[in-house]
Design a binder for this molecule. Structure first.
Ligand code: ZN
Length: 174
């Protein structure tokens, strides 16, 4: 665990849901191959050509499965003119938002584990081409998802290493 207090609050928020024990994995990346096509912050809006703050990250997508990054509860399944088909998941004090989906595969109020497939990437709503718009809110305020996803990625890696070590020791003990 890092010394950054914000990092620790992330895991506390996850513990609020108390779902980690049930899950095989405690975290997941939102896509199998997450390639960022547009970052968080000011950018030239691709539709208007004007500077506009981008409250999330865009990832490349091509009919890809979108996965919940943490265990939680499906808070909202809806359509908006900007986000198109989108899913909002609640994880304690945090919310993650997945937008422009071509298909949604979950419904509101269900509890999910990390890695649950929420839907398929698409280009619905205000979009110039297929991609996933991914956003994180902390107590209602959009935060830069990059440091958060770096933590998630480290944890995914750590769990994969543990798993392969365990498998190796099981094999050699026979
Ligand atoms: Zn976006």
């Amino acid at each position: 665990m890092s010394n950054n207090p914000e990092d620790n609050s992330i895991w506390e928020a996850v513990n609020v849901n108390n779902l980690r024990q049930k899950a095989n994995v405690s975290v997941s990346m939102p896509l199998q191959v997450p390639i960022i096509s547009s970052g968080f912050g000011n950018r030239i809006d691709p539709l208007t050509g004007k500077i506009k703050f981008h409250y999330g990250l865009d990832f490349r997508g091509s009919s890809d499965s979108i996965m919940a990054i943490l265990p939680g509860t499906i808070k909202k399944v809806a359509y908006s003119r900007s986000l198109g088909n989108y899913v909002e998941v609640e994880h304690g004090e945090f919310k993650t938002i997945y937008g422009h989906l071509s298909q949604i595969l979950v419904r509101e109020k269900i509890e999910i584990i990390a890695g649950t497939v929420l839907g398929i990437t698409g280009s619905t709503g205000r979009s110039t081409g297929e991609h996933l718009h991914f956003a994180i809110k902390h107590r209602g305020k959009a935060i830069n998802p990059v440091p958060f996803l770096n933590l998630v990625y480290r944890r995914v890696e750590m769990e994969a290493r543990k798993k392969s070590k365990r498998m190796a020791s099981e094999l050699t003990s026979k």
